[in-house]
Ligand binder design. Structure first.
Ligand code: ADP
Ligand code: GLC
Length: 485
């Protein structure tokens, strides 16, 4: 039997993206179609989404969602089925999905995403004629209230369906003051520690984790890490209490979007058997970033420039990286102070370090296609996608040993090199000494041409497609539906 799943999120590539969440939400429908699961994705009607979507049909109307009236639009983008919550009072604004143009979070984010969650629960409950769903899959705190509405609030359509919540990042919990509770339209009984209350406020992610039928996160190692105080960030008790319901399912990558043999963004396409063609892409990066040409490795970074990503520590080892013959091309944006440190390093090392502050999807492909090694020294990383893109593109990942990075990169230690299975480098700790050592190991192996080529081809031949993970999600959905019957 084909299952119908409503996937609810605040981002979905290619319509709206600030990070890996969008990649995953955008890729799930195709991943699950192969498992006889038909996914429809519900996202907010940001102006950019409405503009890109083109033709849509209004299929439902609400007079009083949190924040006022709203319409539900149905549309398609390629094969993807979409539902868009068109609530102008909440979403028709310039800026990003969560913050205004200056980076300040919208004051009413709780209301914006409560409205999406309420709408999702209504839709799953059968409020929209002709559309029924067997299960709801909520992503991150923005969809965290979906399981709460499903379980605790009367549904417009009267049906109840099971739900799954996926934690893409425990650091963002959607925690708001208790005063907002009455405006959520939940019954007073929801205001308990078994409901949406969290440390005296309302916790959107917490509510989802408490009330969903299953909790997933995006790698097996992160699923273990969030049981600890360090990674659980206040919710480790809840993770432990529900541990039989917690699953780690590794993200895959969209192998159509990220395929070096066909990538239209690259100056030269290539395969594992034709690595020499990468040289042209490397020359293009050197030209674009104003870097000198030489025989040393070209490191790249494509990242949010934040504490999570360890970019403050990485900024401390740039002089070392240049000192041992490395060069760096960095694309990213984030904390102003970290951005400033990279600008300063580029000024100190003209021709050796090039920095682009901003967000540029096409450039991110070009960097993976021509860089020699991608640096990802994250303090925590639920899964991480840029190391997977690096592996697929022969851009060797140099990563910290945490979360999904630990699960996907095989360190080039002597045993792995001897066995011919290494795909990159793992760093033991996120401090300047450990990072400098990781960079040194990378430069040293880069000069051993045959061993380096083996690293590249091992990564390119590894399978990070959605096959196994799509099957794992489908099996989980089916199990939860059976349990409910
Ligand atoms: P996170 O979601 O924590 O930022 P991931 O590695 O899962 O980390 O996903 C990041 C996604 O965003 C990848 O698709 C990456 O290529 C992309 N990305 C990050 N920064 C930039 C940028 N400055 N320009 C273009 N793409 C970026
Ligand atoms: C989050 C995490 C990242 C993960 C992505 C997609 O943004 O920080 O590690 O890959 O979600 O699941």
């Amino acid at each position: 039997m084909t299952l119908k799943v409503l996937s609810v999120a605040s981002e979905a590539a290619p319509l709206v993206k600030t990070g890996g969440l969008a990649d995953v939400v955008g890729a799930l429908p195709a991943a699950l179609a192969a498992q006889r699961v038909e996914v429809t994705t519900l996202i907010p009607g940001y102006p950019s989404v409405l503009a890109k979507l083109g033709k849509t049909k209004a299929v439902h109307k609400w007079d009083a969602l949190p924040g006022g009236p709203a319409r539900l639009l149905a549309g398609k983008l390629g094969e993807a089925r979409l539902l868009v919550l068109d609530a102008p009072a909440l979403f028709a604004r310039e800026g990003g999905p969560y913050a205004d143009a200056s980076g300040r979070d919208w004051d009413d984010n709780w209301r914006r995403f409560a409205a999406v969650a309420r709408a999702a629960a209504d839709i799953a409950g059968g409020a929209v004629k002709g559309r029924s769903f067997d299960l709801v899959h909520a992503h991150d705190w923005q969809a965290g209230l979906v399981p709460a509405y499903l379980r605790l609030a009367p549904l417009a359509g009267g049906r109840s369906v099971p739900s799954v919540i996926t934690i893409h990042n425990m650091a963002f919990q959607g925690y708001f003051p208790g005063e907002i509770f009455p405006a959520l339209g939940l019954p007073p009984s929801a205001w308990t520690v078994d409901g949406v209350e969290s440390y005296g406020g309302v916790g959107f992610l917490k509510a989802g984790m408490q009330l969903a039928d299953a909790i997933t996160t995006v790698s097996p190692t992160y699923a273990g890490e969030i049981r600890s105080v360090e990674f659980g960030m206040g919710l480790e008790g809840l993770v432990l209490a529900r541990s039989s319901r917690v699953h780690g399912i590794l993200n895959g990558i969209d192998t159509k979007e990220w395929n070096p043999a066909t990538d239209p963004h690259l100056a030269a396409c290539f395969t594992a058997g034709k690595l020499a063609a990468r040289a042209k892409n490397k020359r293009a990066i050197e030209a674009e970033f104003g870097l000198e040409r030489d025989d040393g490795p070209l490191f790249i970074v494509v990242s949010r420039l934040t504490w999570q990503k360890g970019m403050d520590v990485f900024a401390e080892v740039l002089d070392h990286l240049v000192g041992i013959g490395g060069r760096l091309a960095l694309l990213g944006s984030g904390d102003a102070e970290i951005e400033q440190r990279f600008h300063a390093a580029a000024a100190r090392h003209p021709g050796r370090i090039g920095v682009r502050i901003g967000y540029d999807e096409a450039l991110s492909h070009r960097l993976q296609g021509g860089g020699d090694a991608i640096l990802i020294p994250s303090r925590f990383e639920p899964c991480g996608l840029t190391q997977l893109y690096g592996l697929a593109y022969g851009c060797v990942p140099v990563v910290s040993r945490t979360g999904g990075l630990a699960d996907t990169v095989i360190d080039a230690n002597p045993a792995a090199l001897a066995a011919g299975v290494a795909t990159g480098f793992q760093i033991n700790a996120v401090n300047a000494g450990a990072l400098a050592m990781g960079v040194s190991r990378t430069v040293a192996l880069y000069h051993q041409t045959a061993a380096w080529k083996r690293l590249q081809t091992n990564g390119m031949k590894a399978d990070f497609s959605w096959g196994a993970s799509g099957a794992a999600y489908a099996a989980l959905y089916r199990q939860l539906i059976e349990e409910q019957e």
